[in-house]
Design a protein around this ligand. Structure first.
Ligand code: GUE
Ligand code: MG
Length: 297
């Protein structure tokens, strides 16, 4: 292993400390406790694990957590009704609706119903537009966490060629926007990209968000590249146990990259820490209090 390991778990713990410090400050000086509402429709076990993790960390940071677990047959009308109530609730500063939603619910309608000021996922078209036009906004948590790590471990970002593999609204597109804002030269690749290997070979920064286990090969990489692995793939080991792996073939990449995030313990923990940070930021903006330093990108 020659690459530096980017310890997302430790980085996230530090960020959560900053969040907790500011929460304590808000309570002490303004009598305000930031509150995050998390809405989960259905009983997908993986989603339940993530949601529980978000709740625990929200409470540990000293914030209020409001949890809504709705049955899988919940109608879109009922879900929109709940969001309307949360939008109007002054104790709720952040709203997260766990995705994906089941097929009978239109995701776009649900996202658009969230008050952009409380949209801590940064998925609302108003916030997407603000990011694209360089205005103040709430930045999607996963790319926000990736950027924080890149700023720390990726050297001077200006002028670097970043290749983002994946074009989702949740990660790929906002990641490209953020890297552009950092003055990177950004290429967005995807499943239809021709000769991905030689494209990746020209990248100083690689962000892999394709959702395919071990997809990016170490031999594709340019020597000294910084690699951010967004993939969270649970693979069967053939002995009734599963293992979490990324979109990058870590074992071959680690000898060629300059710095690389592991899975688990990389982007995942940072995503949740950024969600907490966004909740504090949203709270401060809603109450027109001074914005905390170090909780935004
Ligand atoms: N509205 C919405 N916002 C989200 O941010 C959102 C979502 N829906 N739906 C599902 C995905 C997934 N996601 C993860 C967050 C943390 C870890 C995480 O902490 N992973 C640990 C491992 C966890 C494990 O062992 O399973 C790690 O990578 O080290 C993973 C995945 C947020 N998501
Ligand atoms: Mg759907």
């Amino acid at each position: 292993m020659t690459a530096q390991l980017i310890d997302g778990k430790a980085f996230a713990a530090t960020l959560r400390e900053k969040v907790a410090d500011h929460v304590a400050h808000l309570k002490r000086t303004h009598g305000v406790t930031p509150g995050l509402a998390v809405v989960l429709v259905g009983d997908d076990p993986a989603s339940q694990v993530y949601v529980r993790s978000k709740q625990t960390q929200t409470l540990v940071a000293g914030m209020h957590s409001y949890e809504y677990t709705l049955p899988s047959e919940t109608s879109e009308t009922d879900l929109l009704g709940l969001i309307r109530e949360l939008n109007a609730d002054p104790d709720v500063h952040g709203i997260l609706v766990q995705l994906p939603l089941s097929d009978h619910i239109d995701e776009a309608s649900v996202i658009e119903s969230i008050d952009p000021a409380k949209d801590v996922d940064g998925f609302h078209p108003v916030n997407v537009g603000r990011l694209a036009t360089g205005q103040t906004t709430l930045v999607p948590c996963t790319p926000m966490g990736c950027l924080m790590m890149l700023r720390e471990y990726g050297g001077r970002l200006t002028g670097q060629h970043a290749v983002v593999i994946g074009r989702s609204n949740i990660v790929g597109k906002p990641m490209a926007q953020l890297l552009l804002r950092e003055n990177c030269t950004v290429t967005v690749a995807h499943s239809k990209t021709v000769d991905l290997a030689s494209l990746v070979n020209r990248a100083d920064i690689v962000v892999a968000t394709v959702g395919r286990p071990h997809f990016v090969q170490g031999e594709w990489l340019k020597t000294g590249a910084t690699v951010i692995d967004v993939g969270i793939n649970r693979i069967d080991q053939g002995d009734d146990t599963t293992r979490l792996v990324g979109d990058v073939d870590f074992d071959t990449a680690k000898d060629i990259a300059c710095a690389i995030t592991p899975v688990p313990g990389g982007v995942g923990p940072m995503t949740i820490a950024c969600l907490l940070a966004n909740t504090v930021t949203a709270c401060c903006r809603q109450l027109t209090l001074p914005e905390p330093v170090g909780l935004t990108v």
